[in-house]
Ligand binder design. Sequence first.
Ligand code: PCA
Length: 215
Amino acid sequence: MPAPILLTGFQPFDGESSNPSWEAVAALDGSRLDGRRVVALQLPVVFGQSLRVLAKALERFRPALALCVGQAGGRSRISLERVAINLQDARIPDNAGRQPLDEPIEARGPAAYFARLPLKACLAALGEAGIPAEISHTAGTYVCNHVFYGLMHALRARRAVRAGFMHIPYSPAQAVRHPGAPSLPVELATAAVRLTVETALARQTDLRLRGGSEC
Ligand code: PCA
């Protein structure tokens, strides 16, 4: 049996009743991509606990690729995150009421990790499929960045494992409560996850394409 693919999404937070990141990856749970089994896991929006759940799953499943997905309400496109920083600075409390301010995630860890995904090739694949996407250079300083950093830190010695983070916009159902906010159908977010995984498994090296940004 080839090593599986691990996908994660989050529980709802900040007063929402759903989180499209979980809906998007749950739709792929138990399916096969590139001949590999897909395991989808829901993470709590809680500093520390989210990473303990993730670490257990990385040990149990030993995936060939791990892609964590989170909701980024207000963003208009799929964000392929390039960099996780060693900082937690919560604007709002997490689902357990914790609100770390200006703390490192790993006291002895490096300042940042880069995603280990061919981001430009993924961006091109999403564009060809008609899914609006961008490369993002910040995953914020809340639980998503915490999980992204913890993922890359946990896999720092397992260089062959591909790993990264994707932020997705509100679902249309959420946007009903946020007038003016952009949204993306969950089916398109699921398609974006699938395409990103397939592209990452198919390519060891990235394409040289434009995808950077000014401030
Ligand atoms: N988004 C939050 C945490 C959970 C989620 O889906 C974030 O961007 O940090």
